[in-house]
Design a protein around this ligand. Structure first.
Ligand code: NAD
Ligand code: UDP
Ligand code: UDP
Length: 316
């Protein structure tokens, strides 16, 4: 018996980030239970893990109670791309809020540590740049992104109230835009959209003037951050930003993708969606200091790996 082996629950484990996390936790010798309702996740993302006797999948919606015996919980269940989370906005808020209550209730009963996948969207369209954890954010409560942003903000509130009221050991990561293999090809996120369009020789759809910025973190770097945050011996009475501070315009990203795929695609401009944040860049001072973590994979290197993945699924 491996003395460091833990039984770990990953909700949303069949999704993009969750599947990479399950893989890393299994590689480290843990037992992993993946709970997912397969709304945006896919069996394909975890099929390579299914033969592992330390891996188990449960089809379950986290808005319903869940009774299991585990040692740690990573709560990732929630659609993450605007196209998916706006498809059924009420269910998105329920997943964030009721899902958090159920997973916190589980952690409280078992007296175990619980990690929440929060988001840079809690900063909304930020007036402070880059965004440190102290920045309180500017979210439109009524817009089409609110179901996600406010759901995640309320989940954070619940995590910190369970910490204060019940002494729960919580970890809250504010994740900035992340990309890599197993992103959903049709989820409308910018990296997957541009790569798929470039590989198919279709027009590259830049929204607005393309001068809005995002900072993109490669999935392997992010998962390393998750594991360090979860296992840090420090009490984490603050959320922690996890993301890559390298900031790019969407036009710059489109040009990079065209060049890396040697594509003949042309850039076309489409209207900017409502409440689309103008700029976003994480201040990762806290993650560096408390977790000794920072990303190492540059955009070009990460894009090449991601293009490789999409070539297999789009062109085959
Ligand atoms: P994803 O859509 O690929 O994965 C989400 C997973 O949760 C899917 O497998 C989906 O089927 C599952 N799910 C959704 N609703 C559920 C429910 N009610 N019950 C059980 N399972 C449910 O998205 P992702 O990019 O892997 O994101 C994972 C988490 O990280 C999400 O909580 C997201 O908000 C957060 N996050 C992601 C990013 C990013 O750039 N990828 C940025 C910030 C935050
Ligand atoms: N819960 C769960 N699994 C557990 C324990 C609790 O899903 O092992 C759910 C349960 O449905 C409850 C929620 O978590 O409604 C919150 O639990 P808590 O103990 O905080 O509150 P209460 O049970 O008093 O509502
Ligand atoms: N975007 C774009 N073309 C696309 C998809 C997205 O120009 O085909 C833009 C979008 O308007 C936003 C940025 O890219 O400014 C990032 O969008 P994404 O949906 O990936 O993430 P989020 O807006 O949630 O950060």
């Amino acid at each position: 018996m491996n003395p460091i082996r833990k039984k770990i629950l990953v909700t949303g484990g069949a999704g993009f980030l969750g599947s990479h996390l399950c893989e890393r936790l299994l590689d480290a010798g843990n037992e992993v239970i993946c709970v997912d309702n397969f709304f945006t996740g896919a069996k394909q993302n975890i099929v390579h893990l299914l033969g592992n006797p330390m891996f188990e999948v449960i089809r379950h919606d986290v808005t319903f109670p869940l009774y299991l015996e585990v040692d740690q919980i990573y709560n990732l269940a929630c659609p993450a791309s605007p196209v998916h989370y706006q498809f059924d906005p009420v269910q998105t808020t329920k997943t964030s809020v009721i899902g958090a209550i159920n997973m916190l209730g589980l952690a409280k009963r078992l007296k175990i540590r619980i990690f929440q996948a929060s988001t840079s969207e809690v900063y909304g369209d930020p007036e402070v740049h880059p965004q440190p954890e102290e920045y309180k954010g500017a979210v439109n409560t009524l817009g089409p992104r609110a179901c996600y942003d406010e759901g995640k903000r309320c989940a954070e509130t619940l995590f910190f109230d369970y910490q204060r009221q019940h002494g729960l050991d919580i970890r809250v990561a504010r994740i900035f835009n992340t990309y890599g293999p197993r992103m959903h090809p049709n989820d409308g996120r910018v990296v997957s959209n541009f790569i798929v369009q470039a590989l198919k020789g279709e027009d590259i759809t830049v929204y607005g003037d393309g001068l809005q910025t995002r900072s993109f973190c490669y999935v392997d770097d992010l998962v390393e951050g998750f594991i360090r945050l979860m296992n840090s011996k420090e009490n984490m009475l603050t959320p922690i930003n996890l993301g890559n501070p390298g900031e790019f315009t969407m036009l710059g990203l489109a040009e990079k993708v065209i060049s890396l795929t040697a594509s003949k695609s042309k850039i076309v401009f489409k209207s900017l969606p409502a409440d689309d944040p103008l700029q976003r860049q994480p201040d990762i001072t806290k993650a560096k200091r408390l977790l000794d973590w920072e990303p190492h994979i540059h955009l070009e290197e990460g894009l090449k790996k991601t293009i490789n993945y999409f070539e297999k699924i789009v062109l085959s």
